[in-house]
Unconditional design. Structure first.
Length: 239
């Protein structure tokens, strides 16, 4: 319930289940939810879903081959299987980044430093969280204990911390989870209403739609399709 309302935002995967794209469900689906995801005159799938899908293997194979030439990365020889094509087909953005950087371990994770979570035993981390529409800055000590908390814009004890507000940029929509930006749905200057989708994130094979928290104009886009983001990263600014 990231949006504060159950089923206010229905993920692409949940929509597919309701449409019947994954086959028959063990129990009857909620008819009201099913009607919300079906287009006008669209009927849910009751046959074997794969029978309705045209083969895309040749098209995807050629597409990936052209991308490998464009970005200059190597593919697994065809005689050894089609793993690369399947990786790209299932995860177009994340999979492509993996194939492009397959030989570079540092691209995927930092070099281990003796198993330590913090490079300094006294190092603390700062997070911005939102509770009931109020934003707070939280300092977390090594081990996970909260050492200080204050509303955004106020100090945190001995280490004052404030989050400046740029009147030209207005409110910043933060990432609710870590993942990859699948698609940015708005452009600078667009007018949006509360609840309008602004971009789509992918995390753990699930797509999540991020919506505008209020009416406003899009002042700035901070991310692009394919970007990897962490919780709290700036996504879109509204004015």
């Amino acid at each position: 319930m990231l949006t504060g309302e159950r089923y206010k935002s229905i993920s692409k995967e949940t929509s597919g289940v309701l449409r019947g794209e994954y086959g028959a469900t063990p129990a009857q689906v909620d008819k009201e939810l099913q009607e919300r995801v079906l287009d006008i005159d669209e009927q849910p799938i009751t046959c074997r879903p794969a029978d309705l899908i045209e083969s895309e293997l040749e098209t995807l194979s050629e597409e990936l081959f052209q991308l490998s030439k464009m970005h200059q990365f190597s593919l697994t020889p065809e005689e050894e299987g089609i793993d690369d094509v399947l990786t790209y087909a299932l995860f177009p953005q994340v999979g492509l980044n993996f194939l492009k950087n397959r030989g570079d371990a540092s691209f995927f994770e930092p070099v281990p430093a003796g198993g330590a979570t913090f490079t300094d035993a006294n190092e603390e981390e700062i997070y911005t969280v939102e509770v009931e529409n109020q934003s707070y800055v939280v300092r977390v000590a090594p081990g996970g204990d909260i050492s200080a908390i204050a509303p955004v814009g106020e100090g945190l004890g001995e280490k004052p911390l404030s989050v400046p507000k740029d009147p030209h940029k207005g409110e910043v929509i933060k990432a609710p989870l870590a993942g990859t930006v699948v698609k940015v749905l708005v452009s600078s200057g667009n007018v949006v209403k509360k609840g309008d989708p602004v971009l789509i994130l992918e995390a753990m094979k699930m797509e999540t739609q991020v919506s505008a928290p209020r009416n406003g104009n899009v002042a700035e886009i901070h991310v692009r399709s394919g970007d990897s983001i962490s919780v709290g990263d700036s996504l879109v600014s509204l004015i």
